[in-house]
Design a protein around this ligand. Structure first.
Ligand SMILES: *[C@@H]1O[C@H](CO)[C@@H](O)[C@H](O)[C@H]1NC(C)=O
Length: 255
């Protein structure tokens, strides 16, 4: 059981990179070092993930692992309503730097029949997001259409990720399908820079200062509101990788 858990978590939490890695980078000896006690598998998985995360940051075409530092998001858009403000934001060519410095602090795995639940607490010292944005804002009867480039820097990001998945059998192999992911970030501080809000650069600066002052409120609302946009992207990335990983390949036969 603990081996199922081990493989699962590598797949689930470090998303596209850890899973297929196992076949190429992890020997049976590595796996054998994991304690037999399922309750302690988390610690072992943590060590393996922390070794793999920096190593695979540039991706590996052979293993079908996309680079993740930077992680590139071509396009994402969402709508939101915050008090009297409603609008639509589209971002393009977004590069997210920092996942290669991602450190796993704690892993907890529960396997129940075909169901797997994995909780991971991890942290990143900094995360930097660069990209282009286009938006439509409605404030009462006023309509603004800012667009331009943005640069967000997040400091001391703690991520709490909970994933659930099912083990299924196809062509005599077992695979894992992740069907839910929940991400709860905590951010100590953030610096936002953007241009294009107003024709006047001074007004731009005022708008960005307001955003920097109220970012906790803004992200507290926007993150859950945009879940519909980012959760499917994460799930698709994870599941794409896992289609290529028959997990029974890594499970030691217990008989
Ligand atoms: C983005 O902002 C950060 C923090 O203010 C800064 O250090 C970095 O150089 C900026 N990056 C770019 C590409 O402008």
């Amino acid at each position: 059981m603990q081996y199922i858990a081990l493989v699962t978590i590598c797949l689930l939490t470090s998303a596209p990179y850890a899973a297929p890695v196992a076949s190429k980078y992890l020997s049976d000896e590595d796996l054998a070092k994991c304690p037999k006690d399922a309750g302690q598998a988390g610690e072992c998985i943590k060590i393996i993930m922390n070794e793999l995360i920096p190593r695979m940051r540039l991706g590996d075409p052979e293993l079908n692992i996309d680079p993740y530092d930077p992680l590139v998001i071509n396009r994402l858009s969402f709508q939101y309503t915050v008090g009297p403000i409603s609008g639509k934001v589209s971002v393009r060519h977004v590069k997210i730097y920092g996942f290669g410095e991602h450190k796993v602090d704690k892993v907890n795995v529960k396997v129940n029949g075909d169901k797997v639940k994995v909780r991971v607490v991890s942290n990143m010292p900094t995360m930097n997001l660069l990209g282009e944005y286009k938006s439509e804002l409605n404030v009462n009867s006023l309509q603004l259409k800012p667009k331009g480039i943005f640069n967000l820097t997040l400091f001391d990001v703690e991520l709490r990720v909970i994933t659930s998945g099912d083990i299924y059998t196809k062509d005599d192999h077992q695979y894992l399908l992740v069907n839910d992911i929940e991400v709860k970030p905590k951010i100590r501080d953030l610096i936002a820079k953007a241009d294009g809000f107003f024709a006047d650069p001074e007004l731009d600066e005022i708008a960005v200062n307001i955003a920097n002052t109220y970012w906790r409120d803004i992200y507290g609302i926007i993150l859950p509101e945009t879940r519909q946009s980012w959760a499917p992207i994460l799930l698709r990335l994870i599941n794409q990788a896992m289609l290529h990983v028959p997990i029974d390949h890594f499970i030691q036969p217990s008989q």
